[in-house]
Write a protein that binds this ligand. Structure first.
Ligand SMILES: [Zn+2]
Length: 357
């Protein structure tokens, strides 16, 4: 599995010590009497879809991924996803993994609460697609869907660079810019579940036009798409000036969020941020130090996410375990797994796979 961010030191100490990087690595639980609970984790983005099994300790046992046919119709998109899920489950059977007991999903937003209807900006083929009910019907498992950046933020608090933190923002700076907010040890949802869209915080009042209709949004200034549009070159070929400006923009948004929500930590994933590496983080930190001036917000720190390439699937699994009642955030290491409520969470009525919106 190629590491999408080879330039960046992720935080090795925050990765579970026994975690294999992929399904090809030796499994930590060869003893069948010691099989861990596992969740089926699914990550759905505009570029790729991934599915795999993740233990209750956050270890990715194996994964499959496929390019997203983003402009295909809703039915073809669904067939591609359903085939991917079937392959990931078959891989698990072949490895002798336990049968997954829950399904967790991170999907590009926006969406209505719980993924009842998803309309990912980068997957034009799905508008108001009933993702939750399709997946619950397909898998027969208790299923939970959340925004992919919120899922990643949850995963970073569970097993990544924000472990033990009750107040932080988790961000993704890649093709787009997304985020999830954790305050008082809870992932914020907002009225429709879309809280944390830091990509549409204004960082340049007269800046570039954003796809959302506004100007100067962080996503319109600092995403990989924006960098390519502004400079005429892909983010991977950015000059030091562009790297510094991108970090400054991200730091500006984080400073506002830190003051607004009284938090002290931002963890950042994504190919642009992690690919730019240390100069990006230094510029972001300098901007935070310049802009967050109230006493309580001084000392706000920005650092790279800790889960690397596993982040999206670990985040999706965190959504599943949280749905089953596990305490994911706030520093409880949960080494043996949380209690499953008797009977588990219901599979939301076990909607038939033929249900369509
Ligand atoms: Zn915008």
């Amino acid at each position: 599995m190629p590491d999408p961010a080879p330039m960046v030191p992720t935080t090795p100490a925050s990765t579970p010590a026994t975690a294999p990087a992929s399904g090809d690595a030796p499994r930590p639980d060869d003893d069948p009497t010691n099989d861990p609970d596992v969740a089926l984790a699914i990550d759905i983005g505009g570029t790729k879809m991934a599915a795999g099994l993740v233990t209750r300790d956050g270890v990715v046992l194996g994964r499959r991924q496929v390019a997203t046919p983003a402009t295909a119709g809703p039915e073809l998109l669904w067939q591609v996803l359903a085939a991917l899920v079937a392959e990931a489950r078959a891989d698990g059977v072949e490895r002798g993994d336990p049968v997954p007991m829950a399904c967790g999903v991170g999907c590009g937003g926006p969406m209505t609460r719980g993924g009842a209807a998803v309309s990912p900006v980068n997957i034009p083929g799905w508008r108001g697609f009933a993702l939750h009910d399709h997946l619950a019907g397909l898998t027969g498992l208790p299923t939970a869907v959340d925004n992919d950046a919120k899922a990643l933020a949850l995963g970073e608090g569970w097993r990544g660079a924000a472990q033990g933190e009750a107040d932080y923002v988790g961000m993704v700076v890649s093709t787009g810019v997304g985020g999830g907010l954790v305050t008082d040890g809870r992932l914020l949802d907002g009225a429709d579940g879309n809280a944390g869209h830091i990509g549409h915080v204004i960082v340049e009042p007269d800046g570039h036009a954003c796809a959302c209709g506004a100007r100067g949004c962080l996503e319109a200034e600092a995403s990989g798409t924006a960098i390519a549009r502004i400079t005429g070159r892909p983010a991977a070929e950015a000059t030091p000036d562009v790297v510094e400006r991108t970090g400054t923009m991200v730091g500006r948004a984080v400073a506002s969020v830190a003051v607004l929500l009284d938090l002290r930590l931002a963890v950042v994933a994504g190919s642009v941020a992690l690919g730019f590496g240390a100069p990006f983080f230094a510029a972001a930190q300098a901007e935070i130090d310049r802009r967050a001036r109230l006493d309580y917000a001084r000392g706000t720190v920005i650092r790279p996410a800790g889960l690397g390439a596993d982040g999206p699937l670990v985040g999706a699994a965190a959504v599943a375990w949280a749905h089953l009642g596990d305490q994911i955030l706030g520093g409880d290491p949960m080494p043996g797994g949380g209690e499953v409520p008797a009977g588990g969470a219901v599979a939301e009525g076990g909607i038939a796979p033929t249900a369509r919106q």
